[in-house]
Design a protein around this ligand. Structure first.
Ligand code: VGL
Ligand code: ZN
Length: 211
């Protein structure tokens, strides 16, 4: 197994699965796919959306605002979401059926009340780092395979920031599901393609195109 490669499992949490606070259609379908590819990786990192109850991204914290509207915040345009992944709740827990025992780090993000963080690398103010790039660099990891939720938000933003930080980046498409808000999925794939993010299916990995 290639020790320069890591699987980055983005937000595989109950909050983004059917019954969760911000359910992604078919979101729980990623779990068995992730479990199938995970044994191919010597290194794995998980992310966990981890919001305080007063988080700025929650529509409920802006009187008169509804989920899925956008709002201009000091750092730019923010989609207002339903309450999801509140710290310490079941909604924020990683799915119990995930089987990635070799995972070495859980990066929590979105914990600053006034700043969202779709990306596993840099928060939505585009300045505050999560420390993940420095961690991967220190570990000698140069290549990342992404999976999880949601394709068009946290997976895409993480993939783009990983490319900007100099990593080789591959998104395992069928190990992800999307929110797809106002064309966000198509835009995410276009942005990722222009940035040099590769797109594969888990079957190709399992057939021996090993990382
Ligand atoms: C996400 C919206 C808000 C994600 C997280 O994991 O894609 N999307 N918080
Ligand atoms: Zn969130």
């Amino acid at each position: 197994m290639n020790t320069n490669t890591a699987l980055l499992i983005v937000d595989a949490q109950y909050g983004f699965m059917p019954g969760g606070g911000l359910p992604v259609a078919d979101g729980d379908a990623v779990v068995p796919v992730i479990n199938r590819v995970a044994p191919l990786f010597a290194n794995a990192v998980l992310t966990q959306d981890w919001h305080p109850a007063n988080h700025v991204s929650f529509a409920a914290n802006h009187p008169g605002r509804q989920p899925f509207e956008t709002m201009l915040l000091p750092y730019g345009e923010q989609v207002l979401w339903p309450i999801h992944c509140v710290q310490g709740t079941r909604d924020a827990a990683l799915h119990d059926d995930l089987q990635v025992p070799q995972a070495q780090l859980v990066i929590r993000k979105g914990f600053h009340p006034a700043v969202d963080s779709y990306s596993a690398f840099i928060e939505a103010d585009r300045k505050t780092t999560t420390g993940l790039a420095a961690y991967l660099l220190a570990r000698g990891i140069t290549s990342l395979y992404l999976c999880g939720l949601a394709t068009d938000y946290c997976v895409a933003w993480s993939a783009l920031d990983a490319r900007a930080a100099g990593f080789d980046v591959v998104v395992i498409e069928d190990a992800c599901r999307a929110i797809d808000l106002n064309g966000s999925l198509e835009k995410a794939w276009a942005d990722m393609a222009s940035a040099g993010v590769k797109r594969i299916q888990s079957s190709s990995l399992l057939q021996g195109n090993l990382p």
